[in-house]
Design a protein around this ligand. Structure first.
Ligand SMILES: N=c1c2ncn([C@@H]3O[C@H](COP(=O)(O)OP(=O)(O)OP(=O)(O)O)[C@@H](O)[C@H]3O)c2ncn1[C@@H]1O[C@H](COP(=O)(O)O)[C@@H](O)[C@H]1O
Length: 107
């Protein structure tokens, strides 16, 4: 399974669990606590990534990055934003920076 498939599968599991039983599912528990709590978790996990990048080893950074990506997917799902919307925006920027690169090479 490649990276895109793993993220797509996680996105689907998060969507399926969102309205589930908060006592049986962490995703359902977070959603039951509301968007403020989910956003707070994303902020905390982002801070932990920064700390791991500055003072941790690679394994710590990998773990914190996984926590951040997971919580970001929970946030996007709660706001009705698909991962495909994010990758489409990244692809659009790739096109924009490709044009900028060509322009700088020809000048
Ligand atoms: N990738 C993850 C994942 N990463 C981290 N976590 C959970 O995130 C929580 C983070 O711990 P914290 O101490 O920061 O948070 P907390 O203990 O809830 O405390 P609060 O800050 O919320 O008060 C832990 O309970 C981890 O288990 C995850 N929980 C679930 N997933 C994926 O989501 C899927 C669905 O999970 P459920 O909703 O639990 O079925 C799973 O199959 C996994 O693939």
């Amino acid at each position: 399974m490649d990276d895109a498939q793993i993220l797509a599968r996680l996105e689907a599991v998060i969507a399926e669990r969102r309205a589930g039983d908060p006592s049986a599912s962490y995703v359902a528990k977070l959603n039951a606590r509301g968007i403020g709590k989910i956003a707070q978790k994303v902020g905390e996990e982002a801070t932990e990534v920064v700390i791991a990048a500055l003072s941790g080893d690679k394994a710590e950074l990998v773990g914190e990055a996984a926590d951040l990506v997971f919580h970001l997917l929970v946030l996007l799902s709660a706001k009705g934003v698909a991962l495909a919307d994010v990758t489409a925006e990244l692809q659009r920027r790739e096109g924009v920076s490709g044009i900028a690169e060509k322009a700088s090479r020809s000048s």
